[in-house]
Write a protein that binds this ligand. Structure first.
Ligand code: ATP
Length: 438
């Protein structure tokens, strides 16, 4: 069994995603719109499962992080204060010959990578999407689509801390859409102009920053293992002085070994007290913290963990994709971790007679409240298994003639393809255990 890592893996994935209903190009019937993607039935389940697991790990399995859902449109002062209006820019160059446009820091050469033509001087381009609030489209009505969810957290620091009765150290987590007018989007959903982030900002005492950044690096790396990503495909990359954002003290990226190279999937940054200091100064509201035990007042430092939902989903697909040969036939299988698999179990009557469909339907009803299942009675059972392999469904339940005699079914494991027999009544606890106890 060999993992395929060839460059055309991306093409295969894009085609599988379309064929199986994971991801489509946005507005496809009109020729599509560049860098926007729609998630179909399987994609939306996978995305939800990734989000839900992150949310659970951040807000349910611990008592020191609170959730938030801030609005996408914010007061324009937020983006002036944060530095985005001035600094959220990328250098852009155009080819004078073929007119293609590139991000200057993405290309190592000083000629056009597409045609070898001469490039223009680099110009700085602000990545924020602008729109207008209200009916009059003038300078005073300009608002921005947020390019990150983090600012919604900083400006709500006091709103959350008080009612939640939290004390520093504590964190605020948020999942939501972000928009960036990227100069060169691409690599499928890796870089798009509308995407989703899962961000957590952890507020700490300034002298505890080393401890907390080490802690969050470990926690976040562990999380990727828990959703099934192989350790050898993950690594940290520490920002050097050149890469470091002007406000950050230390920064690490978690990188994944994509078919197109090692690339960032999450940033873990020590943002110091930059954000709260800036918003304090600019709004006139005191965002410092008073420790009533030590009687110390300080502006908390922030350790940020910032991940992309879409990028995590792409990582899951790339890491799970496997082609193998089974009895002389090619099998394509997505070995997604059961926790995040869109469908947990398929239910297949072996044949469409002898009461088998009726029993299978009863099993479907029994399992539905517990997890997403899929009933399939179309075609040879081997082909039905293959379809579910491609969808990443970890378990297949087959109703056969023995079921009629002793109320047992077979349970097929997607990865080993082994089948074991179980009582119908044991299916819920058995499958639940296999999904969650890993
Ligand atoms: P890059 O250097 O790739 O542009 P970045 O350093 O600007 O990324 P951050 O601002 O740290 O990215 O964003 C945090 C996370 O949000 C990234 O690790 C990534 O998972 C996700 N993300 C950022 N930009 C995009 C995008 N255009 N499309 C999809 N996901 C994105």
């Amino acid at each position: 069994m060999t993992k395929k890592k060839e460059p055309d893996l991306m093409d295969k994935l894009v085609s599988l995603c379309k064929r199986r209903g994971f991801i489509f190009q946005s507005s496809e019937i009109y020729g599509g719109i560049n860098s926007c993607w729609d998630y179909g039935p399987l994609g939306v389940e996978l995305k939800r499962n990734i989000r839900d697991y992150w949310w659970k790990c951040m807000t349910q399995y611990r008592d020191d992080i609170e959730g938030l859902d801030a609005s996408i449109l914010m007061h324009p002062k937020v983006w002036e204060t944060s530095g985005h209006v001035q600094n959220f820019t990328d250098p852009m160059v155009d080819c004078k010959k073929c007119n293609q446009r590139f991000r200057a820091d993405d290309i190592d050469v000083n000629v056009c990578p597409a045609c070898g033509g001469e490039l223009t001087e680099a110009r700085m381009f602000n990545l924020m999407f602008k729109t207008h609030m209200g009916p009059v489209e003038d300078e005073a009505s300009v608002v921005y689509l947020r390019p990150e969810t983090a600012q919604g957290i900083y400006v709500n620091f006091l709103n959350v801390m008080g009612p939640a009765r939290q004390k520093v150290p504590f964190g605020i987590a948020q999942i939501g859409k972000a928009f960036r007018n990227e100069i060169s989007p691409g690599n499928f959903i890796f870089r798009s102009r509308e995407f989703e982030q899962m961000e957590m900002q952890f507020f700490i005492h300034p002298q505890e920053d080393d401890k907390w950044i080490t802690y969050w690096k470990e926690e976040r790396m562990k999380w990727y293992s828990e959703i099934g990503i192989r350790k050898e495909n993950l690594r940290f990359h520490q920002h050097d002085q050149k890469e470091l954002a002007f406000y950050a003290k230390t920064a690490f990226d978690i990188e994944y070994n994509f078919p197109f190279g090692w690339k960032e999937i999450e940033g873990i940054h020590n943002r110091t007290n930059y954000d709260l200091s800036r918003h304090s100064q600019s709004s006139g509201k005191d965002l410092s913290y008073f420790n009533d035990q030590t009687k110390e007042r300080f502006i908390p430092y922030i350790i940020e963990t910032s991940a992309g939902v879409d990028r995590s989903l792409l990582v899951c697909l790339v890491d799970a994709y496997l082609e193998e040969e089974v009895k002389g036939e090619k099998r394509v299988v997505l070995r997604l971790d059961p926790k995040i698999a869109p469908i947990k179990a398929s239910i297949l009557p072996l044949v469409n007679r002898d009461n088998m469909p009726e029993i299978a339907k009863k099993i479907e009803k029994m399992l539905m409240p517990h997890f997403k299942v899929f009933y399939d009675d179309g075609g040879a059972v081997g082909r039905r298994y293959r379809r579910q392999d491609e969808a990443g469904t970890p378990f297949g339940i087959t109703v056969d003639s023995q079921t009629l005699e002793d109320e047992t079914v077979t349970l097929r494991d997607r990865d080993s393809m082994e089948q074991t027999r179980h009582k119908i009544n044991d299916l819920v606890p058995l499958i639940s255990k296999k999904i969650w106890d890993r």
